[in-house]
Design a binder for this molecule. Structure first.
Ligand SMILES: CC/C=C\C/C=C\C/C=C\C/C=C\C/C=C\C/C=C\CCC(=O)SCCNC(=O)CCNC(=O)[C@H](O)C(C)(C)COP(=O)(O)OP(=O)(O)OC[C@H]1O[C@@H](n2cnc3c(N)ncnc32)[C@H](O)[C@@H]1OP(=O)(O)O
Ligand SMILES: CCCCCCCCCCCCCCCC(=O)OC[C@@H](O)COP(=O)(O)O
Length: 377
């Protein structure tokens, strides 16, 4: 292990990264709250400002992925489709197998200039997560409880709100609705069998309602569906902890652009279309495991220096402030202040561990979840 790699793996470096993310995140949340009075006066301006603030926070994670851990997403796509990326609104479908799939998604968004404005369909619990969840609230992410009767009105309204969004955006739906685990896969294949659908090897059976409603409500607003299939070379199982401690991973992503006009309007047909798409995605994954590559040429989209600049500016400013505070604490000689500072360090470490925990596929996930149980009965 080289010196740089050793330094990256040290707890102090990780604590500094987490401190920077946490404090800048809270400041950005505060600035977002300051935009509240602007919403009734000039909604479009408020949205644009929030996109910039969102970028300033999210791009720190992208900088850590791309510049700190040296992880580069390799893009397999047709160059003709590539010309549209970043220039149109789209619904993105992505497999949900990896702990850092959202980071690879952000990296892809950044390459095409849509990092601040992109949206996802996320479980409601994530909206309560400090910093990220609060930021998403201002970015008009769509949250669901995964109980359709309770979700329908709010889901439809949130999608309709996006019809006049002032920035180009991608709307991510991970149709499996939960991360891949062996147990969830087994249960969903029992459902597939009951429904007479072909078995999938690398995906959980997709839930179709969310996709169908999104296509219906965003017709005329989005131009295409981007079918994204993500995998990692050499069977890597990446983690956010690994990224923060400087581990380089090797993600490959295959993107197919499908014009929205070719997605059926009728619910049953749209649902069948999505199931067929997942069967194709499953085949791509199988071929990837056999050959180590996706179909199509590799397209180069260089990483942006702005993610790095933004991250360095935040980190330097906050580190400087921290040093000043620590100096004051040490020279004050007050036991109470010292204890309060030590407590704050623990709080930062604890807070970030909890957030990272949200990204992890826990062992306990491999038991029957209530949502699966409900349907299988
Ligand atoms: C490399 C990256 C590349 C590109 C990325 C590009 C861009 C990224 C853009 C933006 C990034 C921005 C942010 C990203 C950051 C973070 C992302 C993180 C978070 C998102 C992760 C989540 O939160 S996932 C959880 C929430 N999302 C979802 O649940 C979406 C999927 N679900 C749906 O859409 C559902 O349809 C629903 C929840 C809306 C409604 O579900 P419901 O179950 O009520 O209805 P359905 O009709 O869909 O399903 C019922 C039928 O399903 C059958 N079924 C299937 N499987 C099962 C099973 N396992 N158990 C039981 N039943 C199952 C069932 O039989 C039902 O069939 P019927 O015939 O009876 O209807
Ligand atoms: C870079 C500095 C480090 C700071 C920590 C940043 C942590 C940010 C994490 C925010 C993004 C969280 C995205 C999590 C995705 C996710 O939550 O997927 C799970 C869902 O599918 C469904 O889960 P389940 O309830 O298990 O079915």
């Amino acid at each position: 292990m080289g010196l740089v790699q050793w330094l990256k793996s040290q707890f102090l470096c990780q604590l500094i990264i987490c401190y920077g993310f946490l404090v800048s995140g809270l400041l950005i949340n505060l600035l977002q709250i300051c935009t509240l009075p602007l919403w009734p006066i000039n909604k479009q301006l408020a949205r644009k400002i929030n996109c910039k603030l969102g970028y300033s926070l999210t791009s720190q994670s992208v900088a850590i992925l791309e510049w700190w851990s040296g992880t580069e997403v390799t893009l397999y796509t047709d160059p003709e489709s590539c010309r549209h990326y970043g220039k149109e609104n789209a619904i993105v479908i992505l497999n949900h197998n990896f702990e850092i799939d959202f980071l690879c998604g952000w990296s892809f968004c950044d390459r095409f200039g849509l990092l601040g404005s992109s949206k996802c369909l996320a479980k409601k619990e994530l909206s309560y997560m400090p910093i990220i969840g609060w930021m998403w609230y201002f970015l008009e992410m769509v949250f669901i409880k995964r109980k359709w009767e309770e979700d329908e009105t709010c889901f439809v309204q949130s999608l309709q709100n996006l019809r006049d969004y002032p920035e180009k955006f991608w709307f991510l739906i991970q149709c499996e609705g939960t991360r891949f685990t062996a147990e969830k896969h087994r249960i969903s294949m029992e459902v597939a069998e009951k429904k007479g659908l072909p078995k999938l090897k690398h995906h959980i059976l997709p839930r179709t309602k969310g996709f169908w409603v999104a296509v219906q409500k965003l017709r005329g607003t989005v131009a295409a569906v981007y079918c994204c299939t993500l995998n990692f070379r050499n069977g890597e199982t990446p983690t956010l902890r690994g990224v923060i401690s400087g581990t380089t991973y090797h993600p490959d992503i295959y993107i197919r652009r499908i014009p929205l006009g070719s997605v059926p309007e009728d619910e049953t047909e749209c649902s069948a279309w999505l199931h067929k798409l997942y069967q194709e995605k499953d085949k791509f994954q199988e071929d990837y495991i056999q050959t180590g590559r996706f179909p199509g040429p590799i397209v180069t989209a260089p990483r942006s220096p702005w993610t790095l600049i933004n991250w360095l500016v935040w980190t330097s400013l906050l580190l400087y402030t921290l040093c000043l505070v620590l100096f004051q604490v040490v020279t004050s000689g007050s036991i109470l202040t010292t204890l309060a500072t030590v407590f704050l360090c623990f709080a930062v470490s604890f807070g970030v561990r909890r957030m990272i925990g949200e990204t992890e596929i826990r062992k306990s996930d491999d038991i029957i979840t209530p949502v699966c149980q409900h349907h299988i009965n």
